[in-house]
Design a protein around this ligand. Structure first.
Ligand code: SAH
Ligand code: SF4
Length: 451
C-alpha cells in the first residue's frame, strides 16, 4: 500500500506531516512521489487564507480552479484530511473524503483508518504509540541536515485577522525534557540545523518541572531558558526558531541569543503593519514605536542579525495614508525578507465582522510597492557580505539535497549562512558534502541570496 501526503501551509504542517509519515510507515505503507501512484492520500490542510482552502476544494471540484496546476485523480483512492480546518469546511468536506482526523489524534490514526476510514488493518497495528501525545511520536524526517522540532502548538493571541486560535486551539507547550531528548537524538544522528517551531515561541513555558543532569534542578523553563539548555548540548549545530511575537520578545531572550554561539543570527519578527491604528485593530498588542525600539535593541546586541517579517496589506479600512506608514517602517527597518500577504477574510475571526473594503487591485498594488522596497533593502544588506569569508551549512550538492527535491544544478552547491541567507557555491574541488559546515568567500550578492 502506498501513500502520499499533500501539504498546504506552514512549517508546523510540514513537521506534523513527518509524524504522520512515521505512523503510516509503521503500519506498512510506503511513500510515493506522485499522488496518482498512491492508494492513500493525506491532505494536510491550511486555513490561514482562503486561497489555501480553495486549493483543497479544488481537489474535489469537477472543474479546475484558478492557479491549481494539477488536479489529482481521486477515484479508487482513500482520501484523508487533517491539519487546520474550520468547522464549516469540515462539514462541507465530510462527504467528499473517507476520514477527517484531528492531528492530536495521530497516535490512534491506524484505529481511525480501520474503524472509520474503511481501510482494513489488523488490530495489532492499532497502537502505533503508547502515548496520547502526538508530539512524542518520533518523526520520519525529510531532510538529512535540518530538523523541525515543534515546541508548542496553538495560540491564545486572537489577532483580529487570524484563524489559528480557532483551528489549532489554545496554546500548549511540550515538556522541556521531551524537547531536549528529541534534540539530543537529532544531534546524535548528525543533524546540523535544529529549527524550533511554535506559533509564538516567546510564550513557551514548560508545563512540568524539569530535571537536567540530575544534580541541577531547573523549574519554570521559559523560551530563553529552553534555548540556553539546547545551546549548551554538546555538538556542532545551529539553532533557529520561528515565530516570535514582538509583544512577547524579552530582554532575557535577546541576551541569550547574543551570547549563545549556536543560536543563529536570524529572527523572524512579524510586524503585520506599520500603522498604529491598524495594529490596534489587528489586536497585535504593540505600537510602531515599541516595534522600532525592539529592533533597535536587537541590532544593538547582535550586530550581524538578519531580520524578516510578515506584512498584511489591505486589512479592512486600511487607507492609503495608513499603508504609507507601513512603507515608512519598511524603509526604516531594512528587512532582509518580508512575507507579504493580501488580507483574506476568515470566518470566525473578529476582522471578519469588518468590511473587506480594500479592492483586490489595490491590495496587489500595495504588495508590489513593498516588494520593490524589499528588493532594495535586501540587496543592500546582502552586499555587506561581499569579500567576507563566512561559514555556510551545505544543504544541497548536485548529487544530494536537503529535502529530497529541487536538485542543485550545474556543479553548484546550495547552502545557508547562519543569518539564513541562501548561498550558491561553486564546488571547485568537488569535495563539498551535504551537512558540512564550510568557510567560503562571498563574491556576489543579489536581493535573494549570495554567491
Ligand atoms: N504566529 C505567526 C503567524 C502565523 S500565520 C505570527 O504571529 O506572526 C502566518 C502569517 O499569515 C501571518 O503572519 C500573517 O501575515 C498571515 N495571515 C494570517 N491571517 C491572515 C489573513 N486573514 N489574511 C492574510 N494574511 C494572513
Ligand atoms: Fe495568528 Fe496572531 Fe496567533 Fe500569530 S500570534 S498565530 S497571527 S493569532
Amino acid at each position: 500500500m502506498k501513500y502520499k501526503i499533500i501539504i498546504y501551509g506552514c512549517q508546523m504542517n510540514k513537521s506534523d506531516s513527518e509524524r504522520i509519515a512515521a505512523v503510516l510507515e509503521n503500519i506498512g505503507y510506503q511513500p510515493v512521489n506522485k499522488p496518482e501512484q498512491a492508494d492513500l492520500i493525506i491532505v494536510n490542510m491550511c486555513s490561514v487564507r482562503q486561497s489555501a482552502v480553495d486549493r483543497v476544494y479544488g481537489l474535489f471540484s469537477k472543474s479546475k480552479i484558478k492557479n491549481q496546476k494539477s488536479k489529482i485523480q481521486i477515484k479508487n483512492k482513500k482520501i484523508i484530511l487533517t491539519g487546520c480546518i474550520l468547522p464549516t469546511d469540515r462539514k462541507n468536506l465530510e462527504n467528499k473524503v473517507d476520514l477527517i482526523f484531528n492531528i492530536k489524534d495521530l497516535p490512534i490514526l491506524p484505529k481511525l483508518l480501520s474503524e472509520k476510514g474503511g481501510i482494513s488493518l489488523r488490530p495489532q497495528l492499532f497502537s502505533t504509540s503508547q502515548c496520547n501525545n502526538y508530539f512524542s511520536i518520533p518523526p520520519l524526517l525529510t531532510s538529512p541536515v535540518s530538523a523541525y522540532v515543534p515546541i508548542m502548538t496553538g495560540c491564545n493571541n486572537f489577532c483580529a485577522y487570524c484563524v489559528v486560535p480557532y483551528v489549532r486551539g489554545e496554546e500548549i507547550s511540550r515538556p522541556a525534557q521531551e524537547i531536549i531528548e528529541e534534540v539530543k537524538k537529532l544531534i546524535k544522528k548528525g543533524y546540523k540545523e535544529i529549527i524550533l517551531l511554535g506559533q509564538n515561541v516567546n510564550r513557551y513555558r514548560s508545563p512540568t518541572n524539569y530535571e537536567f543532569n540530575t544534580n541541577i534542578r531547573i523549574t519554570n523553563i521559559n523560551f530563553a531558558k529552553l534555548l540556553q539548555l539546547i545551546n549548551d548540548l554538546p555538538g556542532k549545530f545551529w539553532l533557529r526558531f520561528i515565530t516570535s511575537h514582538p509583544k512577547d520578545l524579552s530582554d532575557e531572550l535577546i541576551e541569550i541569543m547574543a551570547k549563545s554561539e549556536k543560536i543563529t543570527e536570524y529572527l523572524h519578527l512579524p510586524v503585520q503593519s506599520g500603522d498604529d491604528v491598524i495594529l490596534q485593530k489587528m489586536n497585535r498588542g504593540y505600537t510602531v514605536k515599541d516595534y522600532k525600539k525592539l529592533i533597535g535593541k536587537i541590532r544593538d546586541k547582535i550586530r550581524m542579525i538578519s531580520i524578516s517579517t510578515d506584512i498584511i496589506v489591505g486589512f479592512p479600512g486600511e487607507t492609503k495614508k495608513e499603508f504609507k506608514q507601513t512603507v515608512k517602517l519598511m524603509k526604516w527597518a531594512k528587512f532582509d525578507m518580508i512575507y507579504i500577504a493580501q488580507y483574506s477574510p476568515r470566518p470566525m475571526t473578529a476582522a471578519c465582522q469588518l468590511k473587506d473594503d480594500v479592492i483586490k487591485k489595490e491590495k496587489k498594488r500595495r504588495e508590489q510597492i513593498l516588494n520593490r522596497i524589499l528588493e532594495k533593502t535586501a540587496l543592500k544588506n546582502n552586499k555587506k557580505y561581499i569579500n567576507k569569508t563566512i561559514e555556510v551549512l551545505i544543504e544541497q550538492t548536485p548529487h544530494h539535497c536537503k529535502f529530497g527535491m529541487g536538485q542543485a544544478k550545474n556543479d553548484f552547491c546550495l547552502g545557508k549562512t547562519k543569518t539564513f541567507k541562501n548561498v550558491k557555491i561553486k564546488d571547485l574541488k568537488g569535495s563539498l558534502r551535504v551537512g558540512r559546515f564550510v568557510k567560503i568567500k562571498i563574491i556576489k550578492a543579489t536581493p535573494w541570496g549570495l554567491e
